[in-house]
Design a protein around this ligand. Structure first.
Ligand SMILES: Nc1nc2c(c(=O)[nH]1)N[C@H]1C(S)=C(S)[C@@H](COP(=O)(O)OP(=O)(O)OC[C@H]3O[C@@H](n4cnc5c(=O)[nH]c(N)nc54)[C@H](O)[C@@H]3O)O[C@H]1N2
Ligand SMILES: Nc1nc2c(c(=O)[nH]1)N[C@H]1C(S)=C(S)[C@@H](COP(=O)(O)OP(=O)(O)OC[C@H]3O[C@@H](n4cnc5c(=O)[nH]c(N)nc54)[C@H](O)[C@@H]3O)O[C@H]1N2
Ligand code: SF4
Ligand SMILES: [Mo]
Length: 724
């Protein structure tokens, strides 16, 4: 038997870990952590370990498939890649010619290897209708960071500057459990948590890190913005501000001090349900123990106050002088010479924030949300159903499962069914892919080569191709081929993906093969760069007061907005819907809607769960593991109860993105436990268009076991009459 071990970079999530791929006679048998990796030091999570199961999964789509029956009938005809891409080029060119490029929309999921190429394609084709999940994940935080200090600050947990964070704030982020987020490795983060003197956790759920934390602020879901303002207020009124940093490197401190005066801990207490002294104590710890860093997460994003809350959290870092200091919140220095494909580092990458104003006016949302980096998805789906201001004719979904991951999925389904032409690139026939006219099989990370750089911008990692199953292709090769068929050579001058990789590395002195020998190229970290070069903002300073946001009609100083469906904003609903619902705390074993067909992962986490306090459960006659309905004014779904005393008695937390690949196509049970059915017709964040998925109102009650009553449940589980 011929055994080989190759070093590569995992991509079962956003990808941060270097791993060892074990091959026997050319077959991948195992993936393990790489103990020599500077980014992950041997860490690997269950998803990473399950990579070979994904690669060789019998349900994978291995050839392009063209719809053979009615839409959604699950009848397919195998066609060649040439036929598939010729057809696609012909259909898209015709739509562009007849109606204009904006009648074609592109949708991508969360950041993935193809990120950058998808936006480039949409721009080159000329459509402003590029959409995805970016309005409620990461991008608003990243955009306000650009406006405020020129770059997204990251926790300095690697100790390049000889110091580790002495105080760590985990704000709505459970990275140690998920395995990784925002380009940070959960394993490395756990080491940093162990080294830190003080840990502050801001989370309505008692996550692992909260158990040993010095301060666990169990706030009411959705009230983060109020807590952040009260911490700003405390730090200012108690004179804990880092004067050197604030006086020399920021603008707008005086207006902030005046603006924040009313936002006392006493003001925040009834909003957040925290004791004012608890807020003061945490603010003091944060402001006096240095260096301190703040790992913020998704909870900041999915709110109708996300831009403003993110601004407050950036300002807290500046007031305490933690920006770009060793062990603080730093601005990474990328490796010299590597042409960064990631829009997060290279603003030359076309797409996203470079929507020219004339493009915005052709977008279906008319550019209504100034800090929304994409065409606002709920507005897009609405326009696709209503044909207003015009009806999109074709869509290409690359690596997303919007029926599970986006709100109001019944409308999404209608919108997709109304399309003339839908192409989906995926590994599997998902509920979304089942609605396509053409399904393109995507290569998994084990079948790709890459200079990995999405978030991890202090280094780039080598990913080597170790396998090829069926005719699956790297999405970027597909985009290149299609772009060339459409004559878009200017935007895509590379003949192949490999040629792109050699080009990206050309100034480093190694080609892709040489890079794979190295495995990693690191940047040379420097700190307090603002002292010589200032910040990359309009004023050259850290903008506590943001005139850029002001010019966009966004509040230049942070404010608090109550979630649209909460006990404070809609008290009249609390009788019928007495519980506060938060959704989507990430599941260790799965990446969003993925992995439900991977046996080793599903065995560990077989069912969709909703966490509920034992006392509340008892009062509703609900026991551990019972099936329950979770119901909002919008709709209801079924999940299994997990009793958890680390959550307030009137708060429940439901998992997201559940479907059941083992059930019948084309639906695979996507309507049973899909938490996004519970959301729709909400007020959006006026700045970014984000949605309040971390705070809504619901009720929970017992349901029959869907395994027993499946047939009946299908019929009985129609849209609620008040649903639309
Ligand atoms: N209610 C609620 N909803 C949420 C969230 C929440 O917390 N609460 N979280 C949100 C967040 S943070 C995000 S980022 C989104 C995620 O939203 P999505 O990105 O839509 O989620 P995924 O389930 O990961 O869907 C990805 C699909 O792409 C396929 N895929 C994976 N990798 C590749 C690839 O390289 N190429 C191709 N072509 N296909 C690939 C997978 O098989 C899967 O079917 O969901 C959001 N939805
Ligand atoms: N295993 C796994 N890892 C992943 C992913 C995955 O699906 N699975 N997804 C990836 C993606 S795309 C993302 S964006 C990241 C997200 O990763 P994180 O940023 O860690 O986000 P979540 O896990 O969604 O939520 C983090 C915490 O927010 C808490 N929370 C809920 N409501 C509130 C609230 O109102 N306020 C506060 N302060 N906290 C609240 C939850 O209890 C949870 O502990 O993870 C990435 N990593
Ligand atoms: S955390 Fe992400 S990159 Fe690391 S092993 Fe898990 S899936 Fe792979
Ligand atoms: Mo995300």
């Amino acid at each position: 038997m011929h055994k080989r071990v190759l070093r590569s970079a995992c991509r079962m999530c956003h990808g941060v870990c270097q791993v060892l791929v074990h091959l026997e006679d050319g077959r991948v048998v195992k993936v393990t952590g790489d103990p020599d990796s500077p980014t992950s030091r041997g860490y690997i999570c269950p998803k990473g370990r399950a990579s070979p199961e994904l690669l060789y999964h019998p349900d994978r789509v291995l050839h392009p498939l063209r719809r053979a029956g009615e839409r959604g009938e699950n009848r397919w005809e195998r066609i060649s890649w040439d036929d598939a891409l010729d057809e696609m080029a012909r259909r898209l060119a015709a739509i562009k010619e007849e109606s204009g490029p904006e009648y074609f929309a592109m949708l991508q999921g969360t950041g993935r290897p193809y990120t950058g190429y998808t936006t480039r394609f949409a721009n080159a084709f000329g459509t402003p209708n590029f959409t995805g999940v970016a309005h409620l994940c990461y991008l608003p935080r990243w955009l306000v960071s650009l406006y405020t200090l020129g770059q997204l600050p990251i926790c300095d947990i690697y100790g390049f500057g000889g110091e580790y964070p002495a105080c760590i704030v985990l704000w709505g982020c459970d990275i140690a459990r998920s395995g990784a987020s925002d380009g940070m490795c959960g394993g490395m983060f756990q080491r940093a948590l162990r080294k830190a003197d003080k840990v502050i956790v801001v989370d309505p759920r008692r996550i692992g890190a909260a158990e040993k934390a010095d301060h666990w602020l169990q706030l009411r879901p959705g009230s983060d913005g109020a807590l952040a303002l009260a911490m700003i207020n405390t730090i200012i009124t108690e004179g804990l501000v880092d004067r050197d940093f604030v006086d020399n490197y920021t603008v707008g401190y005086e207006p902030l001090a005046e603006h924040a005066a009313p936002f006392t801990p006493e003001w925040a207490a009834p909003i957040t349900r925290l004791d004012p002294e608890e807020i003061r104590a945490a603010a003091r710890t944060y402001a006096t123990i240095s260096p301190a860093c703040m790992q913020w997460g998704n909870a900041v994003d999915m709110s109708a106050c996300n831009v403003q809350t993110a601004r407050s959290l950036l300002i807290l870092r500046a007031l305490t002088g933690n920006i770009d200091r060793p062990g603080g919140d730093v601005l990474w220095v990328p490796p010299a010479g590597v042409k960064q494909r990631s829009v997060f580092m290279n603003l030359e990458v076309p797409g996203l924030q470079f929507r020219p104003p004339e493009a915005a006016s052709r977008e279906v949302d008319g550019g209504r949300y100034p800090v929304c980096p994409i065409t606002h998805p709920p507005t897009l789906w609405r326009s696709m159903v209503e044909g207003d201001p015009y009806r999109i004719r074709a869509m290409w979904i690359v690596g997303s499962n919007p029926l599970l991951t986006m709100t109001d999925p019944r409308r999404t389904e209608r919108a997709l069914r109304l399309l003339e032409y839908l192409v989906v690139s995926d590994f599997f026939l998902t509920p979304t892919a089942q609605l396509a006219d053409l399904v393109l099989p995507a290569a998994t990370w084990l079948e790709q080569e890459d200079v990995v750089n999405l978030h991890k911008i202090w280094c780039v990692l080598a990913r080597v191709k170790v396998a090829q199953v069926g005719e699956a292709r790297d999405d970027r090769e597909v985009i290149l081929d299609l772009a060339h068929r459409l004559g878009l050579w200017e935007a895509f001058p590379w003949k192949s993906w490999r040629e792109h990789l050699d080009w990206a590395l050309e100034e480093t002195g190694v080609d892709f093969d040489g890079f794979c020998e190295l495995g990693i190229i690191q940047g040379e970290m420097r700190y307090r760069k603002y002292r010589e070069q200032g910040f990359a903002t309009a004023s050259g300073k850290f903008e506590i007061y943001s005139s850029v946001l002001e010019s966009m009609g966004v509040s230049p100083l942070p404010v608090y907005r109550e979630p649209p469906l909460s006990p404070l904003s809609r008290p009249e609903l609390c009788g019928d819907y007495p519980l506060i619902l938060t959704t989507g705390a990430k599941i260790r074993e799965f990446f969003h809607s993925e992995g439900r067909q991977i046996a080793s992962l599903r065995d560990k986490h077989p069912d969709p769960l909703v966490e509920i306090h034992p006392e509340t459960a008892a009062s509703l006659d609900i026991g551990e593991g019972d099936w329950v309905w979770v119901e909002t004014p919008r709709d209801r779904i079924r999940m299994r109860a997990r009793l958890f005393d680390g959550i307030a008695p009137d708060v429940v937390s439901a998992e997201h993105a559940w479907w059941f690949p083992e059930e019948e196509p084309p639906e695979y049970g996507w309507r049973r436990s899909n938490v996004n059915l519970l959301f729709g017709k909400m007020e959006f964040d006026p700045d970014s268009g984000s949605e309040s998925l971390r705070s809504a109102l619901c009720r929970v009650y017992k349901s029959p076991d869907p395994q027993v009553s499946r047939g009946k449940e299908r019929e009985g589980h129609d849209e609620k009459p008040n649903g639309e």
